[in-house]
Design a protein around this ligand. Structure first.
Ligand SMILES: NC(=O)c1ccc[n+]([C@@H]2O[C@H](COP(=O)([O-])OP(=O)(O)OC[C@H]3O[C@@H](n4cnc5c(N)ncnc54)[C@H](OP(=O)(O)O)[C@@H]3O)[C@@H](O)[C@H]2O)c1
Length: 390
């Protein structure tokens, strides 16, 4: 059975990597029993719907950016593949899918970073169509209220989001299973930010914070305005998804966030370059002293998210925390994520808590997590790949 997939955010970093993996690993030429047919592509301005699917070679060129202008690509694909084009508006897209007689056959992939429009789109797909949706975009399930989250996620055969936390590290389905099995989650500690992990690792080597931030931007671990990665919001969104998956009715405003830098560095009047200069002049020393002090006490400073039950209520925090240097968190290095979960069954008094560690972010693993979700919602999933070819 061919799975028909419509990619929103197809021109972005995750979207392109996804198209690249699909064209090489999942296409009908790959010999897979359930190949992926890309039937729709959209960026923020335009969409194209091609009911017969787009050929892998063209997808691969699109993913590599070798076809230049996105709108022209869509026109070109439409002319070759008998499709329709329109402005990238959620109602138009759903209307076009219906008009083509594809309702119920399409899986939308959300590889955008959009909030309002995509939240409406997700709700519409789940409430008003028979289609399915896989998302790497955290916003619709983390920033909306709990009822919206519940509506979206209540049918796991239609809505998947493994890539939103830990990029396919497996924590989302694992937590979902805990709730389903009445194994109450009591505590979670998580290093969930690749940028935060990289920076705390490098400054522990006595490098100046400003220099390390500049390198994180240069290497693509952080956005050009690095403050978007250091405001704690990304970790907070992941923490909310994890807590909700574990069965707790929580909200993003419940998260107590300590930003990576003092508030004055987030002043909107301050450009990213000026902010970096200000850090070099005023904050490098403060951070270095803090690291040195922790080191003297054999502690390692990490930027983490935590979930605890206090007086019967969930308490969520994002911020700096000291760990003994000898602990796995203390030794965590680079952009890797680590998540520890204590439940009624998984706890130190019983066997032990649940621990998972892995890349947590990055284009390849994020795109693979989307493909993994697509695989799990195929109506028939039989084991069909017997031998690894090396
Ligand atoms: N990078 C990672 O390692 C990673 C890991 C896990 C999850 N994620 C998540 O994956 C998502 C994509 O990340 P990215 O780094 O690929 O972002 P990106 O490069 O900024 O790409 C986002 C894409 O979304 C498109 N877009 C925006 N609004 C849209 C709309 N209303 N309809 C259709 N397309 C729309 C943009 O189109 P234009 O080109 O027209 O602006 C752009 O092509 C984000 O939510 C991110 O948090 C990323």
């Amino acid at each position: 059975m061919r799975q028909k997939v419509f990619v929103l955010g197809a021109n972005g970093k995750v979207g392109r990597e996804f198209l690249s993996q699909v064209s090489s690993l999942d296409s009908f030429q790959s010999g897979k029993p359930h190949p992926t047919d890309i039937v729709g592509l959209a960026d923020s301005k335009h969409f194209g719907l091609f009911p017969g699917g787009v050929e892998p070679a063209r997808l691969s060129r699109l993913a590599e950016g070798r076809l230049l202008h996105y709108k022209h690509n869509l026109i070109d694909i439409r002319d070759n593949f008998n499709g329709v084009m329109g402005s990238s508006n959620q109602r138009e897209i759903i209307k076009a899918v219906n008009q083509m007689g594809l309702d119920g056959d399409v899986v939308f992939v959300d590889a955008t970073a959009n909030h309002d429009e995509m939240s409406r789109f997700h709700s519409n797909v789940i409430a008003s169509t028979n289609n399915k949706l896989v998302t790497a975009n955290k916003n619709p399930i983390a920033l909306g209220d709990y009822d919206d989250y519940y509506e979206l996620t209540s049918d796991p055969t239609r809505y998947k989001y493994s890539a939103t936390v830990g990029a396919g590290i497996g924590i989302v389905p694992w937590l979902h299973e805990r709730a389903a099995m009445n194994d109450t989650v009591r505590k979670m500690e998580a290093s969930l930010s690749g940028t935060g992990g990289f920076i705390t690792t490098e400054i522990a080597k006595e490098r100046p914070l400003s220099e390390v931030i500049a390198e994180a931007v240069e290497e693509g671990y952080a956005e050009p305005d690095f403050r978007d990665d250091l405001n704690g919001l990304d970790i907070a969104r992941k923490l909310v998804i994890m807590a909700r998956e574990a069965g707790y009715n929580v909200d993003i405003k419940d998260v107590d966030i300590e930003r990576f830098l003092p508030d004055e560095y987030f002043d909107e009047e301050l450009s990213a370059d000026d902010c970096l200069n200000k850090i070099a002049a005023e904050f490098d020393q403060v951070m270095a002293a803090r690291i040195a002090d922790a080191k003297k006490r054999k502690k390692s400073i990490k930027y983490v998210g935590s979930f605890n039950i206090v007086d019967g209520k969930p308490v969520m925090k994002v911020g700096f925390k000291e760990f003994d240097e000898t602990t796995p968190f203390g030794q965590l290095s680079g952009t890797d994520n680590r998540i520890e979960v204590t439940t009624d069954i998984y706890n130190p008094e019983n066997s032990n808590m649940y621990k998972v560690e892995g890349p947590g972010a990055g284009l390849a693993v994020t795109a693979a997590a989307i493909r993994q979700d697509l695989f799990t919602i195929l109506p028939i999933v039989r084991r069909s790949y017997a031998v690894a070819s090396v």
